[in-house]
Unconditional design. Sequence first.
Length: 234
Amino acid sequence: MTAKGRLYGVGVGPGDPELLTIKALRLLRAAPVIAYQSATDKESIARAIVSQYLTGEQIEVAYHLPRALEPEKAQDIYDQEVAPIAEHLAAGRDVVVLCEGDPFFYGSFMYVFTRLSEKYQTEVVPGVSSLMACPVSLGVPFTYYNDILTVLPAPLPAEELTSKLLTTDAAAIMKLGRHFTKVRDVLHKLGLASRALYIERATTTHQRIVPLDEVDPAEVPYFAMIVIPTKSRL
């Protein structure tokens, strides 16, 4: 009987290829199969980050996990999309699944993990997340001492964003995209707009830092963040 392959979920960081960890690089170069999430009409961001490190001899598996699906509809689609990864593992081939940022911090790898980790030996390699990269790229300390940091997904209702922002010292608002205008309005309502810093595609060659009120809502990508650093200055 053929031994099962091993599944690796590898964080590739926010965009700068030099932020890949040494462990991630070693596994990436050794794996016979590389898998990555990709939109149906776009190049995989995760693959683009590590493209210079690929050997050219590896099997590549692209899968698509459409966003904004109801959980019931997503289940069957996600099961089908990860099936080719399972086939390679069952055939005894190790598979490295690339994931932007960190696999377990809003990472696409989580959907692979929940479907395959009980059947195949699995190891997760942390990556530098956008939560860490954005404040550094902006040049602002996020938190000091006992400050409370809250991470908020922009798709939340305005009322929930408001209540969470009222009870924290610092915040990161992620997944902006088409939700930018709602978030900006909440920040103005709470008097936080003057502290809020906007950045998109942090650490990449397409990184942009724009004053909040100069951002064009129609051009805000999914990979954008608003950072509200603490007021503390210890």
